[in-house]
Design a protein around this ligand. Structure first.
Ligand code: DUC
Ligand code: ZN
Ligand code: ZN
Length: 469
């Protein structure tokens, strides 16, 4: 340790609970003191944050870098994806290891460690997708929790024949999680019913991208959420975290269960807050393929987006993640030309989450503290990384964003850093912008210039959820 000190002075510290003018002293990789503004102190470097917010670096707990999916592979590597995240003020991601039926969980984990190690600009952790729940993978859950720093497992109620788990498999994995303390993350859509609707649409010649959404109705998201909640209850109160909630009906079910005090939690993603089935997925020609993700975008003629913003205010939605899973329009999305069911599901967003949710603050939909809470502090707590991550306090990692609330951010594929040939948010003009990003005490982005390295990002071993009640 060199004892190198950096003072971030003149800014307004925004935490999940307060907004206070505060100077922040960093020594090496950690925050060591919060100081009254103007406190005289010796430091090797002084960063002027006058007029800016100072906040804990964003924590995006739902990304898929270089994930094999839909006959292709997500187009961001750990290198390009974590660099893009850094540009957008995200300093930790939690990515998904993929285990498919018949594969050994520990081998899948090794593969993901190999992909990520030495390639990340920022720190990263892993969840485990269990594509095959059997005796071996159930056993592996215990050892991942106890020894590997992996405390969350994603199951799919969608994608029969790919990642799908039936109710018996889900119940067994949940029982195991109840015993070892892990959180079950659920892709809640009734995939068996969806597949019937998909086949019927294709048989009727309805092949355009918009049918991706029309064959995944909100009721089938709500039904699956309901079933997941029931199974978690039967399994003894397993911590349940519903990923990428997009429908009012699904949120309603989550909110109702939360009033009972159950450990049921949920996230949404910026695409569901801003994009719609008609204007985006239903765009003319094949353009809508850019917006094919699951759960799908919902109708603008219903209340979904307004309800999701409200859910963020009330904490029925605890987290905003991105489900960053980009596929290029050329060659990748185009696999689904003439057959919407072959469009790889997903879009890129890791770079713009902080700005898009901050726009909710500007628009009066969310408080400043709630922005930090949903994008940084709660995700860190939900997945066992707090207060090392998600906090600017003595002892925390110095993962810090200096955010200029008066800047303008214009989103475009021409200027973004994600390795994808379009932006789902093309042309968005947002108030506010990331000025400086520090990861473990090191400035990696400043005024649009990247100074990080791929050897910097470290694997974060996570503990159990710290958000249970
Ligand atoms: N679900 C995800 O969480 N990510 C990509 C695709 C999907 O269906
Ligand atoms: Zn999913
Ligand atoms: Zn995902």
């Amino acid at each position: 340790m060199s004892g190198r000190r950096t003072l971030i002075a003149g800014g307004t510290l925004v935490s999940s609970t307060a907004t206070t003018p505060t100077d922040v002293l960093v020594e090496d990789e950690r925050v060591v003191a919060l100081l009254a503004p103007g406190t005289e102190i010796t430091a090797d470097e002084r960063i002027d944050a006058t007029g800016c917010y100072v906040l804990p670096g964003g924590v995006d707990v739902h990304t898929h870098m270089e994930m094999p999916f839909g006959g292709t592979e997500a187009s961001d590597t750990f290198e390009t994806g974590t660099r893009a995240a850094a540009f957008g003020g995200t300093t930790t991601i939690v990515d998904f290891v993929v285990q498919r039926a018949g594969e050994v969980v520990e081998r899948a984990l090794e593969t993901w460690h190999t992909k990520a190690a030495g390639n990340c600009a920022i720190d990263y952790g892993f969840h485990m997708i269990l594509g095959g729940v059997d005796e071996d993978s159930l056993k592996a859950m215990d050892s991942l929790v106890a020894h590997e720093g992996i405390s969350s497992f994603k199951l799919f109620m969608a994608y029969p024949g790919v990642f799908y788990s039936d109710d018996g498999q889900i119940l067994r994995a949940m029982q195991r999680a109840t015993d070892n303390g892990a959180t079950i993350m659920m892709h809640a859509e009734n995939g068996i019913a969806i597949d019937v609707l998909v086949q019927q649409a294709l048989a009727a010649g309805d092949t355009d991208p918009v049918y991706h959404g029309l064959t995944r109705p909100a009721e089938l998201e709500a039904e699956a959420v309901n079933r997941a909640i029931a199974l978690a209850k039967v399994a003894g109160g397993t911590p349940l975290y519903v990923v990428h909630v997009s429908a009012s009906q699904a949120l309603e079910r989550i909110a109702a269960e939360r009033t009972t005090g159950a450990n049921v939690f949920a996230e949404t993603c910026p695409q569901y807050l801003y994009l719609t089935l008609e204007d985006h997925l239903g765009a003319p020609g094949f353009e809508g393929a850019k917006y094919a993700c699951s759960t799908p975008l919902r109708s603008k003629h219903e209340r979904h987006a307004a309800d999701l913003w409200q859910g963020l205010r009330t904490d029925d939605l605890a987290v905003v993640s991105t489900d960053h899973c980009p596929f290029c329009f050329n060659d990748q999305k185009q696999l689904g030309l003439g057959d919407f069911s072959k469009i790889p599901n997903g879009m890129g967003g890791v770079e713009h989450r902080m700005d898009l949710v901050h726009q909710g603050v500007v628009d009066g939909k969310l408080s400043l503290q709630r922005w930090v809470e949903t994008c940084s502090t709660t995700p860190a707590r939900m997945f066992g990384m707090y207060p090392r991550k998600g906090s600017v306090a003595p002892g925390s990692d110095a993962d810090i964003v200096i955010y200029d609330p008066t800047a303008t951010t214009r989103i475009s594929a021409q200027t973004h850093h994600m390795n994808v040939d379009y932006s789902a948010f093309e042309g968005f003009e947002l108030t506010g912008g990331v000025r400086t990003v520090m990861s473990r005490g090191r400035v990696i982005v400043d005024r649009g210039t990247y100074s990080g390295t791929t050897s910097h990002g470290q694997f974060v071993r996570r503990g159990l959820s710290q958000y249970l009640r």
